[in-house]
Design a protein. Sequence first.
Length: 305
Amino acid sequence: MSGDMFTTPYEVLDERFRAGRCANGDARLERLYADCRWAEGPLYLPAWRQLIWSDIPNDRLLRWDESTGAIGVFRSPAGHVNGNTLDREGRLVSCEQGNRRVTRTEPDGRVTVLADRFEGKRLNSPNDAVVRSDGSVWFTDPDFGITSDYEGHRAESEIGTCDVYRIDPFTGRVHRVADGFGGPNGLVFSPDERQLYVADTRARHIRVFDVREDGTLSDGKVFAERTDGGFDNIRFDDQGRLWAAAFDDGVHCYDPDGTLIGRLRVPEPVSNIAFGGPKNNRLFITATTSLYSLVMSVTGLPRVL
């Protein structure tokens, strides 16, 4: 068990955090694992009641079994995987920083490459992905995995920019849907999929874009920003609140109007978050070397496959 340095992990900044029962649930964070170099990409697999997550510098995907508490290696080497998600058929979609590609793991274990180039040029290092209800895969492509050998392989960018892309579900073609980022990181659709939220780590803000009928995006506007740190990945709960991994400032909770209403305090800098568990009300938190969890009164956005 960890988190003993805090009386409670919940920090109320606006009465809406308390009124929404965001500060209810477990009194302390539970530390499930503590032997990573840099943990990211948590993803709950409801069919197996397991969580997988990435230990990027160690080039492995780890697995935690909810029924037994057992920890094991899911895949190694893993291409320095960062973000993970599920597609509409329940297949694992992963962003392989080291291999500079987005892949899908088939039911028989084969790995299918969904995207590794844009207009003939190699991608930088795909970071996070989300699948829309039409089957399209959207992903961010910063240069984090090619700036050094720590989380991938040092190389020059062939594209020259860090952008957001969409993979067409019918043709497999890769489309650039948004640019002008310093370091695009986590991304998530709004509950009605009419908007796409993208965290830009280097710009220290989260931008929101309107999604047009043809799959293109509006110019976007800033939804939330920080002056003393950045954001990593982001997730919605079923009440439309946005939860954001905010590194050394824990986990932020934003009202739909963009107001920061509360925080979850975590002993280590936070990289990623994911809702899971049988009721989708267990928040999993990857933070530097560790995997934490917190069973809450808040429920994540429903899983729709």
